[in-house]
Ligand binder design. Sequence first.
Ligand code: NDP
Length: 451
Amino acid sequence: MNTRSSKTFITDFMNYVKSKDPGQPEFHQAVEEVVETLADFLLANPRYLHARILERMVEPERIIQFRVPWADDRGNIQINRGYRIEMNSAIGPYKGGLRFHPTVNQGILKFLAFEQVLKNSLTSLPMGGGKGGSDFDPKNKSDNEVMRFCQSFMSELSRHIGQYTDVPAGDIGVGGREIGFLFGQYKRLRNEFTGVLTGKGIEWGGSLIRPEATGYGTVYFAQEMLKTRGDSFKDKVVAISGSGNVAQFAAEKVIQLGGKVVTMSDSSGSIYDPDGIDADKLAYIMELKNIFRGRIREYAEKYGVQYLDKQRPWSVKCDVALPCATQNEINGDDAKALVANGCFVVTEGANMPSDFDAVHHFLESKILYGPGKAANAGGVAVSGLEMTQNSMRLAWSREEVDTKLHSIMVNIHKMCVDYGKDTDGYTNYVKGANIAGFVKVANSMMAQGLV
Ligand code: NDP
């Protein structure tokens, strides 16, 4: 198979995707990254091409879009838009988070749902892929407003989901508070107490370690990457972006493993603490963000450290970067700055945080680069374990869940190495994750016929 035919294949396929859905740049980006690394494999395995598996995989099985009307605290009527993308159910019920953020649109949710299909496959658990959410912004809303919104959102969504059909979870803007309101409304409408959502409170069906799972899992994955070079987190300087769920628990695990976390951020800016964010300072950030819903700038004021207004943390010198905020938060220039400053491990807690140029720069520089669909799969993996516990009507201990999470991350890392080793010995984790995730879904789709 020659390079030219693979290049032509990629161009033709991307023209096909773009012509069907122009105006969805994030979706195109996610698909192109996958097609780039799958092209050779597909051309060498033409049975997948004949069955048009890739064309089928980029077409959601179902898209649900709906109106979400609610009343704010002053009695004004607000209207938001709700979505659920049911992308692929070849290996299990649709599974994937809900995102509440003003930037949410169909293209962003399709990129997330597409990634989710491959990610869920990598976990080895029986979960298909989906994603949903709304352009609702929970920032500066009262608890009552958030509750009314969630109740209205679930009033429609409840017709489309269920423990055997589609099991949503949290994502940006959807944490424990929102999952509680959504679950309460589902239970009320359907008169059933089932594991229809994951990320539930521990007293009402949630799994221990679910809040920690994405952040911890990302760090477990990075730990495996470091091991391939005989290294560990001990004394590593670590730059983290974000200060939400994923960032907080990634920071906690890095600190436990002896690394030094020097940055965290939010959508307004970053803090740089060269002495390191220790456990006490992290507890302050958790309280600031989860209870007072404050800004990261307040950390800089409290501890007298530098605040990088409207900046991401990638200009800071570090050994390891863990982007844990949002998509496309590392561009080509950021990637160059990171590598030039000595960063040799980038492990993504967020979904698609590195843009196209950044990914290419990491791969060309031959640093250890772990893409989100593999590295942040710990969240959905523990969601899968939450579903299992709900079905069995029992609850595993913290240690049991953490041990299972750890072994799932080690196994995903191994699959990436198995499928992603280049001839020069370099592990291309992007290729590894995409091929490993694809094969299981593709084979299942072929076995189930044209559905
Ligand atoms: P949270 O809402 O808890 O936190 C998001 C963090 O990212 C906040 O600090 C937020 O800042 C910041 N952020 C959001 N949007 C932007 C933006 N446009 N520019 C800069 N910063 C931004 O979300 P999560 O921690 O749950 O999710 C973070 C990432 O991890 C997302 O990419 C998500 O898809 C991914 N992920 C999450 C999983 C989970 O289990 N929660 C599972 C797998 C992946 P601010 O507060 O100012 O908005």
